[in-house]
Structures are given as C-alpha cells and as structure tokens.
Design a binder for this molecule. Sequence first.
Ligand SMILES: Nc1ncnc2c1ncn2[C@@H]1O[C@H](COP(=O)(O)OP(=O)(O)OP(=O)(O)O)[C@@H](O)[C@H]1O
Length: 255
Amino acid sequence: MIGIESVSKAFGARDGSQVVALQDVSLAFDRNEFVCLVGPSGCGKSTLLRLVAGLVEPSAGRVTIEGAAVDGPRADTGIVFQSPTLLPWASILDNVLFPARMMNVCTPDAVRRAHALLDLVGLAEFAGRHPRELSGGMQQRAGIARALVHQPDILLMDEPFGALDALTREELTLELLRIWSDQPKTILFVTHSIPEAVLLADRVVVLSPRPGRVADVVKVGLPRPRSFAMEAHDEFQRCAGRIRSLIFGDRATAA
Ligand SMILES: Nc1ncnc2c1ncn2[C@@H]1O[C@H](COP(=O)(O)OP(=O)(O)OP(=O)(O)O)[C@@H](O)[C@H]1O
C-alpha cells in the first residue's frame, strides 16, 4: 500500500551546509500492516513519517500510496504526534471533530463516529470537558480519537506515548492494539522503546545512525492478540535481541 522507493532527504542548514537525514531508503508496507520504526536519535524516523504524510518532499526517490506519488497531505491519512496539541478553548468532542470540520465533512454521521471513538478510547464521559480538565494520557487518547474520526486508512504515529508515564503507556499500547483489530488500517509507529515495537508490530524497521538507512527489517512472529505476558516468549526475546544488536552492535551485550 505504501512504497518508499530509493528515497533520500537532505535538509539545508543556515550556514549553507546540508544535513542528510535519510539516504537511499526503500521499503514497502502492506495494507493493514502494523510497522514500527526504531533507530538512534536523529536517524530520520520522523522525517520518514513526514515524507509519507506528504508534509515534506523527498530530495531523491519517491513515496507512493496505492501506486500514486504522494505530493502533499492526504485526507485519508491520520497523524498522532508526541504531544496531542488539542485546541484549549474547544471541548473534547469539538477537538475530535476538528479534522472533519476542516474537511467540510462534519455530518451527523461524523458526530456519531466521534462519540463512538470517545467511547472506544474511554472518554465518553469527557466529551463536553476541555483539554485542561484531562490528564496527559486522556489528552493523548483524545488525540488518537481525533486522528481516527475521518476514517483514515493510514495512521502515522510519531512517539505518541513518549511523554506519558510507564503505566499509562502500557495501557494505551493495549488500547491501540484493540482499536487496530477493531478498525484495521496501515499503521506506521515511531518509538524509542524496543519492547513496545516488538509488542505492537508485524515488522520492525531498524534505521542506522544518520544518515538513516535501513539496517534491517525484523519480522515479529508472535501470535495475536498480543499481551505483555509475551515479553517472556522466545520469539519476543529473539526479535528484541536482534533489534538491540542492530542498534548497539557489540555494546548490546557489554553490560
Ligand atoms: N526541518 C528540518 N530542517 C533541518 N534539519 C532537519 C529538519 N528536520 C529534521 N532535520 C534533521 O534531520 C535529521 C533527522 O531528524 P528526525 O527528526 O527525522 O530524526 P528522528 O530519528 O526522528 O530523531 P529523534 O529520535 O531524536 O526524534 C536530524 O539531524 C535533524 O536535525
């Protein structure tokens, strides 16, 4: 469904030099696949996501969705960032409906869907509240509902749980898996957590340090539905160990 064909991306710095964020990256993702992107800080994970979102253009190569080159943001792609950036003056329901309003599709159906999504993420009682009245985890849940309201077939998530405490993070990880099995879609999920990547993904793309290249793609053979108990599973350990050694090399076992 998503094709990344020999993509490189360089950014110009103020002093005239260039930062090569990604170099010659080729990947292909299937419809409804759950893919996690991991790699050292600055290796181009967010850049890869922004290329698929149509928010930046490749310097070389091309990104395609269903065979067509991505040439700008696309209505059928939902995005969740690390911080949910909700509108402080609008209710949670209005925040969730915001993309539908922007696209002029705020129909009674969309309102029904928004309520159903708030229910799905455990915020049904908070539809009329304002963001300041919600905890960080609840705001992030509202951000996820907002990204899903226009029924995207692609969901791009950039460290969506990075700012949350460990317990809320685990809770939302399971919630995301539940949402994905309820409403299948292609998910690209950036994380710094190797266990989180293995628990969530069908495949984990490991990028090398800048300029980001594909170090390897690790297929996760764990059955679904997944649970945290699987962390003790041999396949979990195998995948996590492989990803660690790709990122840290010999240092993976030094301690
Ligand atoms: N708009 C920009 N202008 C200039 N340089 C940029 C821009 N966006 C990203 N870069 C550079 O590209 C490289 C990759 O950045 P990116 O944010 O994609 O990495 P990342 O893997 O997501 O990092 P982290 O894990 O720390 O969030 C970095 O060196 C960054 O400084």
